[in-house]
Design a protein around this ligand. Structure first.
Ligand SMILES: NC(=O)c1ccc[n+]([C@@H]2O[C@H](COP(=O)([O-])OP(=O)(O)OC[C@H]3O[C@@H](n4cnc5c(N)ncnc54)[C@H](OP(=O)(O)O)[C@@H]3O)[C@@H](O)[C@H]2O)c1
Length: 386
């Protein structure tokens, strides 16, 4: 923790998962919580932030007012509106905060355009790609800044990220942030998928699910720890545990025969390309066109559903209202039914959530979710009370 970070006023725009992870990390590293100001529209998240002890508001402008460093921690599709709102309010400020954007895919060029003040000044901006293990203080983050950013600003950003990341890597080309997304940003899910398959295989071979889960999880953690603590390369660690004609060799030969290298290569490229594609779509205004097309579909959808399914009531609702309604019905138990598939609001997707549930009266509820770019809207479909 640098002295500079200790005395800086920090603002977070968006108080969701990633902001909570970073703020939690800062809190444990002894940063003065009074110096952290979070703006967050959703009451549930605001309350979580208040519980940590930081200041909260619903106003992005209020949160940013005295900030030396401001973290844009909203979903990529909201970043444009947030930046333009802030830039509009900063016209009278003699200095602007250092901006750290964690929004996946959003390029410096887009951010600069959106954050440009009326008099032509542009705040200094650093792009960061953290990952979810930040939630347990074990994150890995990639950072990119161009020459407009000073060394002390870079130190400040690195210190902030170091509170939740064990690896903070500066990349020297902006497009490499997309590669970081494909490697460590999306990476935790690759390991979750691997462990999921390991558990399934062992269960099919006779272990109980509980046993298989405990063994697979610990194997993942143990191997991860060896990777981090050992000075040997991953390939050498693999060779160290692979005796000729042994059990591990049999499994690795099977991996090779199935083309594991190629599978991983394709997956990392797919995630990298998706990050790049996202930046282009959200940066070039395509979002608005897609929004109009999707919005007209969204408006018609309830009528269409009602015609074919007369026994159900369709309730079009804003995402936030839906979270609050469902949260309240479930005893305020937090955000539910947020389908991960829609994290970045893909255009023209109508997803029937895999989640279904019963309300407190025991009625089955179904959620149909429509991604309306650049916003997310959800349509709740409820069977009528009998
Ligand atoms: N989670 C990850 O693994 C990960 C990894 C790397 C980077 N990132 C990036 O981190 C960013 C945040 O991700 P997250 O997972 O933390 O998302 P999240 O949990 O949805 O948090 C975003 C928060 O911003 C709030 N918000 C929406 N509109 C806002 C506005 N106009 N002003 C202020 N706040 C607003 C949202 O409130 P509502 O719920 O009311 O909309 C939500 O609480 C994303 O851009 C993502 O690309 C995430």
């Amino acid at each position: 923790m640098t002295a500079q970070l200790q005395k800086s006023k920090l603002a977070f725009i968006g108080g969701g998962n990633m902001a909570a992870a970073i703020i939690g990390g800062l809190a444990t590293k002894g940063i003065d919580k009074k110096n952290i100001f979070v703006s967050e529209p959703w009451e549930v998240n605001r309350n979580k932030m208040s519980e940590i002890g930081v200041r909260t508001t619903q106003s992005n402008i209020e949160a940013s007012q005295d900030a030396d460093l401001l973290v844009i921690a909203v979903k990529p599709q909201v970043a444009k509106a947030v930046c333009q709102e802030l830039a509009g309010a900063w016209a009278q400020r003699s200095t602007t905060p250092l901006i750290i954007s964690i929004a996946a895919g959003i390029t410096l060029e887009s951010l600069r355009g959106w954050l440009k003040l009326a008099d032509g000044r542009v705040p200094h901006i650093i792009r960061v790609m953290p990952n979810t293990p930040a939630l347990v203080g074990e994150g890995a983050s990639g950072l990119y800044a161009d020459e407009s950013v000073s060394l002390s600003e870079k130190d400040l950003a690195a210190a902030l990220l170091a509170s939740v990341s064990k690896a903070t890597e500066w990349v020297d080309r902006e497009e490499h942030i997309d590669v970081v997304t494909g490697l460590s940003g999306s990476g935790p899910a690759y390991f979750f998928a691997m462990v999921e398959h390991l558990i399934e295989s062992a269960t099919n071979l006779g272990l109980s699910k509980g046993q298989a889960t405990r063994l697979a999880k610990q194997t993942c953690l143990g191997a991860g720890k060896m990777l981090v603590e050992s000075t040997e390369e991953p390939a050498q660690l693999r060779r160290n545990v692979t005796s000729p004609n042994g059990t591990t060799a049999a499994a690795l030969e099977s991996f090779e025969a199935s083309g594991l290298k190629n599978i991983v290569d394709k997956a990392v490229k797919a995630a990298t390309n998706r990050g790049e594609e996202l930046g282009k779509t959200l940066g070039q205004g395509d979002g608005l066109r897609a929004c109009c097309l999707s919005f007209s579909f969204f408006i018609r959808l309830p009528q269409v559903l009602q015609r074919y399914f007369p026994l159900i009531t369709v309730v079009p609702t804003l995402a936030r209202d839906a979270y609050e309604t469902v949260g309240a019905e479930r005893g305020g138990g937090g955000r539910v039914w947020v389908d991960e598939h829609n994290t970045y609001g893909r255009v023209h997707q109508l997803l029937v959530s895999r989640e279904s549930d019963s309300d407190r009266h025991g009625r089955r509820r179904f959620q149909l979710m429509l991604a309306v770019f650049p916003f997310e809207q959800r349509v709740f479909v409820r069977p009528q009370a009998s």
